[in-house]
Design a binder for this molecule. Structure first.
Ligand code: PEP
Ligand code: MN
Length: 337
């Protein structure tokens, strides 16, 4: 249920409501909007609860949340969630672009990447230090050394750092260096990891699992929100289908579909979504046209030498041109980036 507080309700009145909800054995989530404050009451529904809460003086109305994901739903919060780290802003009309190599490989590589993507207009720098690789024999990332190089690249360029955390044991470590914690597609349903990042105050970029339904995706986001971290960004990165011409199949309809159901921002990853560099720029433009709140794109100073995902990585020039196209699409739709 959503308890909509009367306009101008005091923080004390909101806290009293939290106490009442908790006394009923329900979990209370306070969601402060620009227009009004609501308290989401989550838990098993019992008869009479709605009426009891509705009779409280400071309450305007109580409405049920029909969606299985509660805090993530538009029913709980009408205004779009906007996340910000340094100059990176995603959501609420702002289009945030994150770019950089699949993996951090060396100081030279990550610094060159950072400067190049910054010049093209990116506000976030991606780069994996802990890499989830299909083969245990493939490059697994530079680990903490990679995190340090990312932090150095932030110092040099002012870009916000987006990097993957693969296990709850590493959350504290990655938080020391990152601005945005990426949850990889393979870990979308790693519930302990979702809870662990939900306990932090970092922005979380949650990638869709390659076989996850939209409902599973939103329920994964709910795990993070349920721990109190409201700064979650959804990322469509393609799903596994019968089709083999692209690495994954990138369903852009998920952008407007999600926007009809959640206040959380949604970014698109056309690099993993296609696996083919030449297809990435048109899919970047298409993502913006579909209404995406941002992009995450793999860019490497020399894709042919990349230690992971070279085939889908753009050269800095190709990325710069793709950004130019995206700006035109955004402008045509009355948006800026
Ligand atoms: C990545 O961003 O490099 C990555 C491993 O992505 P995904 O988890 O979507 O496969
Ligand atoms: Mn990659």
């Amino acid at each position: 249920m959503i308890v909509v507080m009367k306009k101008g309700s005091s923080p004390e009145a909101v806290q009293r409501m939290v106490g009442r909800i908790e006394a009923m054995g329900l979990k209370a989530h306070v969601i402060i909007g620009t227009e009004r404050t609501v308290v989401a009451a989550i838990g098993e529904k019992r008869d009479g609860e709605r009426e009891t809460l509705e009779s409280c003086e400071e309450v305007e109305k109580v409405v049920p949340i029909l969606a299985p994901y509660k805090v993530a739903s538009l029913e709980a919060k009408r205004e779009p969630t906007v996340v910000e780290a340094l100059d990176l802003k995603i959501g609420g009309g702002a289009i945030g672009v994150i770019a950089g190599p699949c993996s951090v490989e060396s100081e030279e590589q990550i610094l060159a990447s950072a400067r190049q993507v910054r010049a093209a207009g990116a506000k976030g720098l991606r780069g994996g230090a802990f890499k989830p690789r299909t083969s245990p024999y493939a490059f697994q990332g530079l680990k903490e050394e990679g995190l340090k190089l990312l932090a150095a690249a932030r110092d040099a360029t002012g870009l916000a750092i987006v990097t993957e955390v693969m296990t709850p044991h590493h959350v504290e470590l990655v938080c020391e260096y990152a601005d945005v914690l990426q949850i990889g597609a393979r870990n979308m349903q790693n519930y302990h990891l979702l809870q662990a990042v939900g306990e932090t105050d970092k922005i979380v970029l949650l990638k869709r699992g390659p076989s996850a339904t939209m409902e599973e995706f939103l329920l994964a986001a709910e795990y993070i929100l349920d721990q109190g971290n409201q700064r979650v960004v959804l990322c469509e990165r393609g799903v596994r289908t019968f089709e083999t011409h692209t690495r994954f199949t990138l369903p852009l309809a998920s952008v407007p579909y999600l926007q009809e159901r959640t206040h959380l921002p949604i970014v698109v990853d056309p690099s993993h979504g296609t696996g083919i560099a030449s297809l990435v720029p048109p899919m970047c433009a298409a993502s913006i046209a579909a209404g995406a709140d941002g992009l995450i794109v793999e860019v490497h100073p020399d894709p042919s030498r990349a230690m992971s995902d070279g085939a889908q990585s753009l050269t800095p020039d190709a990325f710069s041109q793709a950004m130019e196209q995206c700006r035109k699409v955004a402008a045509a739709l009355g948006r800026t980036m």
